[in-house]
Write a protein that binds this ligand. Structure first.
Ligand SMILES: *[C@@H]1O[C@H](CO)[C@@H](O)[C@H](O)[C@H]1NC(C)=O
Ligand SMILES: *[C@@H]1O[C@H](CO)[C@@H](O)[C@H](O)[C@H]1NC(C)=O
Ligand SMILES: *[C@@H]1O[C@H](CO)[C@@H](O)[C@H](O)[C@H]1NC(C)=O
Ligand SMILES: *[C@@H]1O[C@H](CO)[C@@H](O)[C@H](O)[C@H]1NC(C)=O
Length: 188
């Protein structure tokens, strides 16, 4: 092999390498991950945090996006729906360490009692969970002591996740709430 060609090849390798590395975070890397799936072991991760929902004032993070024709005239405000981007913290105090956001919507989905449809993503931003997400779906009768809802999927370290999230109200008034979430997640 001619010297020039070898030098050219080496240069090409050096240039291509970083691209190959970053490509490995995309569909190729996911494909590799799936190929290794039969050899992976399921693990259980327990997560615990506080979710801060505020519908008015300077720290508002939840905004009404829809209502039905009967939202004003039903006791359960049927159909009233909020989109939110709520902080998740390790302690009930909103100024404690923020580990991510709860992003999605909830809407009043019952004529009988205050009960919300919850449809949201937990988007984590700390430590080994940084960049990973969990998809959360369920029915939330907000005045029950404990509400059990489903984790129906995940991304990043939580690929193919499933699990259960228990919500308990820590604080509630007309304009804000702090909800304690305890999650049990199965993933690989
Ligand atoms: C909502 O109520 C308004 C006023 O009564 C009416 O014009 C409209 O058709 C209603 N919309 C629906 C979707 O029922
Ligand atoms: C419900 O009440 C709000 C506030 O008074 C009003 O702006 C809105 O138009 C009402 N919606 C319907 C569907 O009547
Ligand atoms: C989380 O990841 C983002 C993007 O990679 C990075 O900018 C940020 O510094 C990371 N945060 C922490 C707390 O590690
Ligand atoms: C609800 O509680 C929050 C946090 O303590 C407070 O800032 C807000 O003023 C309260 N709202 C009402 C309507 O009492």
């Amino acid at each position: 092999m001619k010297k020039e060609i070898l030098v050219l090849m080496l240069c090409t390798m050096v240039i291509i390498m970083p691209f190959t590395q970053s490509m490995l975070e995309g569909p190729q890397e996911v494909e590799e991950w799936f190929k290794e799936l039969p050899y992976k072991k399921e693990k259980v991760t327990k997560l615990h945090f506080y979710f801060h929902d505020t519908t008015t004032g300077p720290s508002q993070t939840a905004y009404q996006i829809a209502e039905s024709n009967v939202s004003n005239t039903t006791v359960t405000q049927f159909g009233r729906t909020f989109m939110f981007d709520n902080p998740l913290t390790v302690e009930p105090d909103v100024r404690s360490l923020r580990i991510g956001k709860g992003q999605g919507f909830f809407g009043a989905a019952s004529f009988e009692e205050p009960r919300f449809l919850m449809n949201l993503n937990f988007v984590f931003t700390q430590g080994k969970y940084n960049g990973s997400t969990l998809q959360f779906l369920g029915t939330n009768p907000i005045f029950h002591r404990v509400r059990e809802m489903s984790i129906v999927g995940g991304t990043g370290v939580f690929r193919l996740a499933r699990g259960i999230g228990s919500a308990q109200t820590f604080f509630l008034n007309d304009t804000s709430s702090i909800v304690e979430y305890s999650l049990m997640v199965i993933h690989y």
